[in-house]
Write a protein that binds this ligand. Sequence first.
Ligand code: 4NP
Length: 156
Amino acid sequence: MVNVLFVCLGNICRSPMAEAVFRNEVKEAGLDHLIYTDSAGTGNWHIGKRPHEGTLEILDKNQVDHTKITARQVGEKDLTDFDYIIAMDASNLGNLNRLKGSNKSGEIFRLLDFVPEAITEDVPDPYFTGNFNEVYEMVEKGCANLLTYIRKNENI
Ligand code: 4NP
């Protein structure tokens, strides 16, 4: 199994959106028996909560399943349990690298590393901007390109 973890700050807006979109793309590619998808937040405020209304709304609009997604906090063990760890922004990336310390871990990326033409390197936080449409477009593109990358890398 290839394990993929999306990470943002609160785990209620961006990373659960990416989790749902990526899982959907994996399922459509017929690879759900080979790729496991999850998400987590660096912060602990929303543990156990369902995604933000804005995230649920845009997933519904695009007919992407989001049942069973609840927030949790990322822990040190995730860094070895997961093969691909995908941060939404530079701040998440910094936090993950601090958590990792000098230990071995899965590869840590930023989602927009996979979208070279993107106008920004960070997925903006819609909890503060309110713009879930903009984030959805970035997430969709990033996840599609990530899947292509993983398929090539893992020969699947
Ligand atoms: P997310 O957005 O990291 O995309 O889930 C946020 C959600 C909640 C908070 C910050 C960012 N918060 O401060 O509660």
